[in-house]
Design a protein around this ligand. Sequence first.
Ligand SMILES: [Zn+2]
Length: 416
Amino acid sequence: MRIRRAGGSSLVLSVWVAAASCAWANAANEAANAAEQASPPPPAVNAADAPVAGAGNWHVREVDGVEYLPLEDLRSFYKLMSLQPKGRRVAGQRIVGNGELELRFGPEPRELRIQNMLFLLTHPVQEDASGDLLVSKLDVLSVIEPVLRPTYIANRSALRTVVIDPGHGGHDVGTVSPFAREADVTLLVAKKLGAELTKRGYEVSYTQNQNQYLSPQARVDKANAAPAAILLSLHLNSGRSDMKGVQTYTIAPADKGDKILPGHPYVPASTALAMALQSSLVQHTEAEDGGCRRARYSPLNSVTCPAVTVEMGFATHPEEGARLSSDEYQMKLADALADGVDAFARVMNPATVLQVQKAPEVEPPAEPVKVAPAPAKKEAAPRPVRQKTAPKRARRAKAPVRRAKPVNRSNKRRRR
Ligand SMILES: [Zn+2]
């Protein structure tokens, strides 16, 4: 469904801005906003079953047997128009954006940063003879699309249960360093997170919460048995003593000839979940952003719901390891994860879109609705000063009158 003009799109904006203040929500909001006004239909978003981005305005090119899409097509679809053609080049990076949203490719060919959050792509980006950047179709559909427009994810459903999987347990103690013991830390964070999520109204279940050994399959079975669930598997990383930072893993999407694993239909939703958690973690803990990454291992392989493995830090790094063992930092991690779950739940709730779709018919409410500080200032008063804070976007959307934003009550209420 398309919503055109400021009435609709400012509603999209206010819903998301009111809903969450994290960088991801704002970015996604902006992209949805832009793409609502784009003429081509969205490409299919289910990366598992050969999507059809080749139709219409998408110009599929093949490089070494992998299908690629020109950056130019992305730019026009997501209306990333304000930068120079072919992206602005800075220190080996190619940047496209629109003032609020920024996609930065490089400097490594598999690196993409969306709003400064790192994603490791499945295929390296390529450059053709004319200098155009090519991004694999798989990465467009399994990373860029679900992050920029999570409300278009195919199998969205309201989130009810959070299954928390404290990694390791019992005789399997995980990584042990002089600074932290993995099984202990994951269980402590899991319990703190569970308490916080319960407070926020979620049903919480644990794969194990007694520091006991559980096979990978038993963990998967617990997650698959829970209704309307997501799985958060918590771990600590290990490596050289100078390695640190948080990483979030989702199942690697199926590519040509790859086996379709049970978790694959949840690739886009899992990517959105990873983005929500990873950006919240980096923001709250100020840990180094180790990126949203892909892997194929249990439990991600065979879970039939959105699932991530969060590597909350390196047990082997002297400072990070010590921090991970502290009660205070564990609390911080739990809060950050809970906020990430909240952000994910909001965009995955089908009601979010219904609201947006109905928006244009809704009469402005009698009383003014409070909305969290919106990026575009209230009414652009007819004064020459207005350029200051609301640059491009205000100009672009200035035609129709912006009335009091018709935000529906249920939407501004803090989730449950
Ligand atoms: Zn582990």
